[in-house]
Design a protein around this ligand. Sequence first.
Ligand code: NAI
Ligand code: MG
Length: 488
Amino acid sequence: MVSISKNKSVFSWEYSPAPESKDHIKINDRYELFINGKFIKPQSKKHFDTINPATGEKISEIALAGEKDVEAAVKAAREAYTKTWKKMPAKERAKYIFRIARVIQERARELAVVESIDGGKPIRESRDFDIPQAANHFFYYAGWADKLDFAFPNKKPTSIGVCAQIIPWNFPLLMAAWKIAPALACGNTVVLKPAETTPLTALKLAEIIRDCDLPPSVVNIITGDGSTGEFLVNHPGVDKVAFTGSTEVGKRIQHSLAGSSKKLSLELGGKAAHIILDDAPIDQAVEGIINGIFFNQGHVCCAGSRLYLQENIAYTVIEKLKHRMQHLIVGDPLDKNTDIGAINSKAQLDKINHYLNVGVEEGNEIFQPDCNIPAKGLFCKPTLFLNVAQSHKLMQEEIFGPVLAIQTFRTIDEVIEKANNTPYGLSAGVWTNTGSRIFGLSSKLKAGVVWANTYNKFDPTSPFGGFKESGFGREGGLHGLMPYLQFD
Ligand code: NAI
Ligand code: MG
């Protein structure tokens, strides 16, 4: 049923609830550590709760790996590397990786629902983006496993050894796939640690890996918090560290690995500039802006969180943007109509609210739509800040929430200067009808990815990664193999 509400400042569609069913989902009351192909109790004897951020309810108890558990996981990964995985013909390794991809596809519906319950992201995103992309990454890297000599001719690529992989909470299963798939294809073994607020899909992936008969210990998945991550990164049995998360922790890891022979790749924060030129297709650009910052509650390292509008179209774009925002639905992540789900954790909501206060204190004009947000759970209205100065915290610091800071510009040189003026350099977006302006801007913007006339588009064949404090190393594509190989 669709009805038109006249209570709001604009006409707005109101939809009846369309909740995704969760009857088919089985979540255990307690999950242990996945080491040596089995779920085992932690030697630390500690567990922690993972909650549903949309309701505040506890979902399950999760093992907290301590130092001895990390030791057991790294030891297991080492044995599997030297005795099994390294020696296995590449085309045999590929078959296991293909199998994992197939089972992710088969269990896609279940994984999507679990992802939305544990992390708060709308089911539309987990169903249409996260889970299919995760399967695609396993498919893609399975294809590379026996073709490494062709990918890097005359370079004799070989595996590295045991990889410690630490992932965040914004794309839990997808980040696990980004890390595990290329590592396995290149002949390495893995100890993966998911984030403490979103461990469930990584544990479901552990079940899948077990059911695919992957040789035991080739992939170990240990849950825990920052202390677990620290033990893992610093363990002497680890040959390679791959980390995605905050710039602060990334820097700490870089410090602690200095002087060691461990290889490192970091994918850290961002403050992407989204640039709209005056010859851009405005309606499409508005949709791109919405997708760029409100997608996944702005919990996206490449979120288009700074909007630069050419002065002569700024008024039109802002009016259209405000109108479009009135129609965004904030609410139950499991409802198929929801555009903006729950904020991942109380700590993250506190951080976003802090920046909303900072934005007002800095003297910026704030706009939020009239939409209701659920009384229970962790939610935040999509927010614009207008007339923000380049020096304001809102333009410089990563918020990681549905908050967009807007500035205008006159010339292309001016916008390049402003866009490059942050410590980050992960991504950017450009909207214009002129091809040469796209090439001009994309070669001058210091960002690992520049999208043109679209935003947040991903594909396993395309490399992704940053400049400056956004990190180094690439994930995805042929480049994504390099951090997991050494060359003679
Ligand atoms: P975080 O960097 O603390 O957590 C990311 C992962 O690192 C988690 O698995 C965590 O357990 C682990 N970790 C924490 N401390 C560690 C340590 N000392 N050694 C090894 N591993 C460690 O990020 P957090 O606190 O969840 O989010 C804070 C901010 O970071 C966010 O507000 C956002 O601005 C940014 N962030 C960026 C992400 C990205 O994709 N680039 C993802 C998540 C957060
Ligand atoms: Mg959770």
